[in-house]
Design a protein around this ligand. Structure first.
Ligand code: DSN
Length: 426
């Protein structure tokens, strides 16, 4: 008898195959990445680091983790990395636990303007444990205002200046941010979870030479397994509460384990190693270039169809649409597009008059469909489909016909995996 769980997994695989995936934080990991995730490494406990574990039998997982570390260092030019964070949230929590004492001050990007929950939201541990102020985007350009960041930093004197975003379509000026951090004596942390693959491909400004610590996820533009990483470009001696300076790398190491995590997920570390190996191939850079070209095409086409594209375009994989001139909320757009087989997420726009669960915008991203082979021509069609769906939100039959048209179209762009293996129960 087939376990019902595998039927749902197969249903999800088909959903991914038959619809247009435009969630900016999602991608299709390769069959090799999925094979490593589904491997016997799941069974192994390995607290500690390669060669320094708290468990026996780690000789092979040690090799796996060393490969992951070396490939990641090469990919970003890092001098030290940790590949064990279970997620980007864990990576951020570990870094903040390392750099801050309870109640210390952090300045970060406002969540409603594109920041992230783990950068000091009152609902997240970061907002409960530390004292938070935010910077935002300018109301006229929707872009970061580095003068504003400097002004707030001078007044607030944060110990950490947190940067990076989950919905900001423009690049970051890390050199300027480092000057601001230095002026006020703050650590500069960059969370590059969204654009990591584009930075690894040398297509966006590189934070490693400028910031003290970089965190990221591995499953968005980097196209690996779900997970997190921490990296540094320079291993400084930093002061500690005891007064004895220590290497930043050593502090971060223990901030993660035993600070906030237990056993590392070795199957996930193996999958990260595989994904980093893929990202080191020249073909990954071509993929990343296409991700950006596709996003710029999508932004331009939607503008041509009368949509308000925030900041007027994009430097990365994200396109943010303000739907107010169309009289549609983000919630209604997300629901209607889903009926047509187009998956997006509603998104607050900066200074949004709507609450988060309604919102006035949608966030679109090109990494997943670019993995399926979409180029500029296909993204022109994607823009037309989005417009057609949003123009017929109350016409269920129309949306269903569109869904069928998209399903047929996508047959020419197969996923890298045709089916899931289905276990049987005896
Ligand atoms: N949930 C992720 C995103 O969609 O951007 C961020 O953690």
């Amino acid at each position: 008898m087939q376990d019902i769980v595998f039927q749902w997994i197969e249903a999800e695989r088909r959903r991914q195959e038959e619809g247009l995936e435009l969630i900016a934080s999602e991608n299709y990991a390769s069959p090799s990445v999925l094979a490593a995730l589904g491997s016997v490494l799941n069974n192994k406990y390995a607290e500690g680091l390669p060669g320094k574990r708290y468990y026996g039998g780690c000789e092979f997982v040690d090799e796996v983790e060393r490969v992951a570390q070396e490939r990641l260092k090469q990919l970003f030019g890092a001098v030290w990395v940790n590949v064990q964070p279970h997620s980007g949230a864990q990576a951020n929590a570990a870094v903040l636990l390392t750099l801050l004492q309870l109640g210390d001050k952090m300045l970060s990007f406002e969540l409603a303007h594109g920041g992230h929950l783990t950068h000091g939201s009152p609902l997240n541990s970061s907002g409960k444990l530390y004292t938070i102020r935010h910077y935002g985007v300018r109301p006229d350009t929707y872009r970061l205002d580095y003068d504003q960041i400097r002004d707030i930093a001078r007044e607030f004197r944060p110990k950490v200046l947190m940067t990076g975003a989950s919905s900001y379509p423009r690049d970051w000026d890390w050199a300027t941010l480092r000057r601001i951090a230095d002026e006020v004596g703050a650590y500069l942390v960059a969370d590059i979870a969204h654009p990591a693959g584009l930075i690894a491909s040398d297509l966006l400004n590189d934070p490693l030479p400028h910031v003290h610590v970089v965190t990221s996820t591995t499953h968005k533009t980097l196209r690996g397994p779900r997970g997190g990483i921490i990296m540094i470009g320079k291993d400084l001696e930093v002061p500690t509460a005891s007064g004895k300076p220590r290497k930043l790398s050593a502090l971060l190491e223990s901030g993660l384990f035993p600070g906030i995590q237990g056993g590392p997920h070795m199957h996930s570390i193996a999958a990260k190693a595989v994904a980093f190996g893929e990202a080191l191939q020249p073909s990954f850079r071509s993929y990343s270039q296409q991700v950006i070209r596709n996003a710029q095409t999508l932004a331009r086409e939607l503008q041509g169809l009368g949509y308000t594209v925030l900041t007027g375009g994009t430097d990365n994989h994200i396109v943010l649409i303000d739907l107010r001139n169309k009289g549609i909320t983000g919630k209604a757009a997300e629901q209607g597009l889903e009926k047509a087989g187009i998956t997006v997420n509603k998104n607050l726009i900066p200074y949004d008059p709507q609450p988060p669960l309604v919102s006035s915008g949608i966030r679109l991203g090109t990494p997943a469909l670019t993995t399926r082979g979409f180029t500029e021509a296909e993204f022109q069609q994607v823009a037309r489909w989005i417009d057609q769906a949003l123009s017929h939100l109350s016409d269920e039959a129309y949306l269903l016909r569109l869904k069928e048209e998209i399903r047929e179209f996508l047959k020419a762009y197969p996923l890298p995996y045709a089916s899931v293996s289905v276990a049987t129960l005896s």
